[in-house]
Design a protein around this ligand. Structure first.
Ligand code: GDP
Length: 362
């Protein structure tokens, strides 16, 4: 029941499925009880109505008190279009992120110190402008001022009031992270130096990575670490988060506030880097040098040629390589090119995308 309630809470639309071949069961009635208490849109899907004659069965289910009723036949794959249309009918386009104000989210598994970090950050800067809690259910947006500019910190830990049980279910912690990431320009991923890195940390980091957003990694509770060798710790972090090789790492303690001040400069830096645009001439110089320095291996007598490279996008930066045959691009060579770009330009903390196109390809 707790799981169902959490799921209801996380959703905008709820699809309640009943068995059209059966009478209404006591379990159906229990679910109905729960759903009538929410003010969310509920669609009642009556399943197993496999043929036309059976469609009339839906009328029996009006008794449950929901107006949106859709007949379904999962076995025959019928009714899903109607269902999908009903589900998405009132959806709005994703609200655009306000480009003028930088938003960063603080994400991480429970107990890594997200709330403490936000509080420390805000106290440090002493400039809470407003705290518009309740604008979204999933996170609290705090407007803060730093060096005279306004930023929005999205705090996923603000859900604490819902109780520990909510916080501790990994699935919901992930969903919440995902939503916060979507609304942000920069993701601050917090890990706990006291407990080390576990799967849940990697899942959250993975979401941030897939989102294509800029990233900063915070190793919190640094006060608890005896051997404060950041080089060594970095090795560990890089080996655990293999795909996060480009995110800057900040070591701090939200509790003692030590090195708290090192976080915002990194956030601002990666936010700049993800917007960075490279002049085509300079880019081509770098790529040509990289190419001649280390020719791609030939395959069956054919070798990859790069005619021309340009930056075709930002946020994240995207580079398009115009080549003789993109089938000749080997994964390791692609990585080599990415490394060369990173060596020559500051893309710390931002993913970059490499795209290869054959001649004449749109
Ligand atoms: P959240 O669940 O990620 O928001 O984590 P909290 O901010 O609630 O912190 C969880 C626990 O870790 C609390 O008991 C904090 O006092 C403690 N904590 C947070 N940051 C630090 C830190 O830098 N050092 C130490 N030693 N404890 C911390």
């Amino acid at each position: 029941k707790v799981q169902a309630m959490l799921a209801i809470d996380e959703s905008d639309v709820i699809v309640f499925i009943v068995d059209g071949k059966e009478e209404i069961t006591s379990n159906d009635l229990k679910v109905r009880e729960m759903l009538l208490k929410t003010n969310k849109k509920v669609i009642l899907a009556v399943n197993k109505l496999d043929n036309k004659q059976m469609l009339d069965e839906i009328y029996r289910f009006y008794e449950l008190g929901f107006d949106n009723i859709i007949p379904l036949s999962a076995a025959h794959n019928r009714g899903f279009e109607d269902l999908l249309e009903e589900i998405t009918k009132d959806f709005h386009e994703n609200e655009e992120i306000d480009e003028d104000i930088l938003k960063f989210c603080i994400i991480g598994r429970p107990n890594v110190g997200k709330s403490s970090l936000i509080n420390a950050l805000l106290n440090e800067e002493r400039v809470i402008v407003s705290n518009n809690a309740g604008t979204t259910r999933d996170a609290i947006d705090t407007v803060m001022k730093y060096n005279g500019n306004e930023y929005i910190a999205i705090d996923t830990a603000g859900m604490r009031k819902k109780g520990k049980i909510y916080e501790n279910i990994e699935k919901y912690s992930l969903i919440r992270s995902l939503k916060a990431i979507e609304r942000s320009n920069v993701c601050v991923i917090v890990i706990n130096a006291e407990e080390g890195i576990i799967e849940h940390d990697k899942h959250i980091a993975g979401y941030a990575l897939e989102s294509g957003k800029a990233m900063v990694l915070v190793v919190n509770k640094w006060d608890t670490v005896e051997n404060k060798n950041t080089k060594e710790y970095e090795k560990l972090v890089r080996s655990e988060f293999q795909f996060l090789s480009y995110a800057p790492i900040v070591y701090l303690s939200a509790l003692t506030k030590k090195r708290i001040h090192t976080l915002m400069p990194e956030v601002l830096k990666v936010a700049e880097n993800i917007k960075r645009e490279i002049k085509t001439s300079v880019l081509n110089e770098v790529i040509t040098d990289a190419y001649t320095l280390n020719l791609p291996p030939s395959y069956k007598g054919k070798r990859l040629k790069i005619y021309f490279t340009n930056q075709s996008g930002t946020k994240p930066p995207k580079f398009t390589f115009h080549v003789n045959n993109k089938g000749l691009v080997h994964f390791s060579y692609e990585r080599y090119l990415e490394n060369k770009i990173r060596e020559n330009f500051d893309f710390e903390g931002t993913p970059i995308v490499l795209q290869f196109k054959n001649r004449g390809e749109e």
